[in-house]
Write a protein that binds this ligand. Structure first.
Ligand SMILES: [Zn+2]
Length: 298
């Protein structure tokens, strides 16, 4: 039995279009008796969450959605570590930008500094949303060993940013255009114990990045293939979306959800849950029966 999770990044960032897309999509999911884990940026671009975002986030919380931490400011893509795949496949210039700013950026990655950033985000969650976050997702998948030590120090034992497949970005103009599923074997395909004993819940793939709606049927086919395979390999499967991807083609995002739900139901006794629910029930701990590889040099 596999628990499927809808995880949606970058809530809190951007203006009215993204606020409205978030409200509409949270209601769409609710209409399907689904709830998502929304990864919220607590201090977007260094500014307080807007009144409009706070309203929609509280509405989502009260409707049963799960809100967890997505960095602190997300002001650039190097907040908690150097650039990582597949962000580098979405925007190859990250590598050059990091190389140019290396002397400025490397001193960020100390336990004390990153801990202060995480604690500030937790305080904002508690004050504005009355939520104690239990899971963290670093912006752009940019992580460091210091980040995991900082998470453990503040009592956050769960993280989710490593990808099993990045095929969902192959439609971008600088990539291959080939949506044949490709999975990495660099990480386990199920949740695993990782640095500082933080449990990593890997991301299966993303099917709604900007432009995906232009090839909607192919992306739904890709998702169905990934779903059929992951139920044979993991008790937990985390699907990624972004608020701006949903806003880019709202109808595609809805079709994708319906296509995945149909596939999941057709494959047997599988369920949908939020990461918060899986953590509270112990299911995520129980799923993490393996240890992750030592991949991080910083
Ligand atoms: Zn993000």
């Amino acid at each position: 039995m596999t628990d499927f999770v809808w995880s949606i990044d970058d809530a809190g960032m951007g203006g009215e279009v993204l606020v409205e897309a978030t409200r509409r999509f949270a209601r769409f999911l609710g209409g399907r008796s689904l709830a998502a884990t929304w990864l919220v940026v607590p201090k977007p671009g260094g500014q307080p969450l807007s009144a409009e975002w706070l309203e929609v986030l509280r509405e989502a919380r009260d409707a049963g959605h799960d809100l967890q931490l997505h960095g602190l400011t997300h002001a650039d893509c190097f907040e908690f570590g150097p650039p990582a795949w597949p962000a580098t496949a979405i925007r190859p210039a990250f590598l050059e930008e990091f190389a140019q700013r290396r002397e400025e950026l490397l001193p960020r990655y100390t336990v004390a500094n990153l801990r202060a950033h995480i604690e500030e985000g937790m305080e904002i969650f508690q004050r504005e949303l009355a939520i104690e976050p239990v899971l963290f997702r670093a912006p752009c998948g940019a992580i460091s060993q210091a980040m995991f030590n900082a998470l453990a120090a503040v009592g956050i034992g769960y993280h989710s940013c490593q990808y099993i497949s990045g095929t969902g970005y192959e439609h971008l103009p600088h990539n291959s255009g080939d949506l044949t599923p490709v999975w990495t074997d660099d990480i386990p395909h199920r949740p695993y114990g990782w640095y500082a004993d933080v449990i990593e819940a890997p991301i299966l793939n993303e099917y709604t990045w900007r432009g995906a709606g232009m090839r909607s049927a192919e992306f739904i086919h890709l998702a169905r293939q990934d779903v059929a395979r992951i139920v044979t390999e993991s008790p937990v499967a985390v699907i990624l979306m972004h608020t701006h991807g949903i806003a880019d083609d709202f109808e595609h995002a809805c079709r994708l959800v319906d296509g995945v739900v149909e596939q999941v139901k057709g494959l047997g006794d599988h369920r949908f849950a939020t990461l918060g629910e899986l953590i509270a029930s112990g299911a995520l701990d129980a799923a993490a029966t393996v240890t992750g590889p030592d991949l991080l040099t910083i």
